[in-house]
Design a protein around this ligand. Structure first.
Ligand code: TRP
Length: 334
């Protein structure tokens, strides 16, 4: 019998345009997993509404995220790509798993505490149980590996705790998922504040480059990026701005840091920034073109959306049927 491929699940929130940081740190790596693994890539719109969203904007951003998943090279034939809200089983398992999660566990979540501080006027139940919905995303598909950043590690831990608890009560039901640590994904920092991560929810647009920024915007933002005053182009902890630009340059060109340092030895920051900007523009141009092409092809997109949800739903049902049976819900008459 052919060995089954391991399953990967990951998702991004449609809460803004994807940044260069999301792309180089995550999305770009996902494309490298699609042959070796059986992957589901979800657009987690249900997570997005844990903070207030403008409806028209949310819908637009979800669509853009889908386009960008496809444009960077995620193949809809090889991966299951879909909107979370199209597969109601996520919510269903979410409810069930809420009943197997302690408030004490949820109280410890650092992202919940951060978000409470940031959205003090809207500390809702969804924000609180966000990790349980995320656990459901993962456990619904009997996921082996979850590629996520460091900031999501605690959510993976609670997912494992919930799965373990359920399994110990009812017998083996959920696969125990693990964090997937890829080959060091580039960690891209905010351009103006290079000691913090580039984040799509940053209010300072000069801190971020999005995948859809036009060449002029990209050049301007990089030229304005914070550096330092010693005019030396080398990677060093005490030079976060220059190091970040070097990191970006290497991530988009595939060069190593020492190679880039040699290349720019003796160059001024002006010339260096121009080179970084041009390299980013060259990397993003084909992606932007692909987005435009896809946008014009509504039927093709609709079919991806429809079949993605259908495939995910079929897999989700298998787990959910098993769960219903274990916890004692009456069997559905079909
Ligand atoms: N919480 C993740 C984030 O903000 C997004 C997410 C939701 C996710 N469900 C997931 C990531 C399941 C991995 C697996 O980045």
């Amino acid at each position: 019998m052919a060995e089954e491929k391991k399953r990967i699940f990951s998702g991004m929130q449609p809460s803004g345009l994807i940044t260069l940081g999301n792309y180089l740190g995550a999305l770009n790596n996902w494309t490298k997993l699609q042959d070796e693994y059986d992957c589901l890539y979800c657009i987690v719109d249900m997570h997005a509404i844990t903070v207030r969203q403008d409806p028209a904007k949310l819908r637009k951003q979800a669509k853009e995220l889908l386009l960008q998943y496809l444009a960077v090279g995620l193949d809809p034939e090889k991966n299951i790509i879909y909107y979370q809200s199209h597969v109601p089983q996520h919510a269903e398992l979410g409810w069930i798993l809420n009943c197997y999660t302690y408030m004490g566990e949820l109280n410890r979540m650092t992202q919940f505490k951060d978000k409470c501080a940031k959205h003090a006027d809207n500390i809702n139940g969804g924000l609180y149980t966000y990790p349980v919905l995320m656990a459901s995303d993962i456990l619904l598909y009997q996921t082996d590996l979850v590629p996520v950043g460091e900031d999501q590690r605690q959510h993976l831990e609670i997912t494992r705790d919930i799965a373990g608890r359920f399994n110990s009560i009812y017998g083996d039901t959920f696969k125990m998922p693990e964090v997937y640590i890829g080959k060091v994904g580039a960690k891209i920092m905010a351009l103006q504040e290079p000691t913090k991560k580039m984040s799509k929810s940053d209010d300072n647009k000069n801190n971020i480059i999005t995948l859809m920024d036009d060449p002029k915007e990209i050049m301007n933002k990089i030229k304005r990026a914070m550096t330092d005053s010693d005019n030396e182009i080398r990677f060093s902890e005490d030079k976060p701005g220059v190091s970040n630009l070097l990191g970006i340059y290497c991530a988009v060109t595939g060069k190593t840091i020492p190679e880039a340092e040699r290349e720019f030895a003796g160059a001024g920051y002006g010339a260096f920034k121009t080179a970084v900007g041009e390299a980013v523009v060259a990397d993003l141009e084909p992606i932007q073109k692909k987005v435009k092409d896809l946008e014009a092809n509504k039927d093709y997109l609709d079919e991806i959306i429809r079949s993605g949800a259908e495939k995910a739903s079929r897999l989700a049902d298998r787990t959910l049927t098993k769960v219903h049976k274990k916890i004692g819900f009456p069997a559905r008459i079909r």
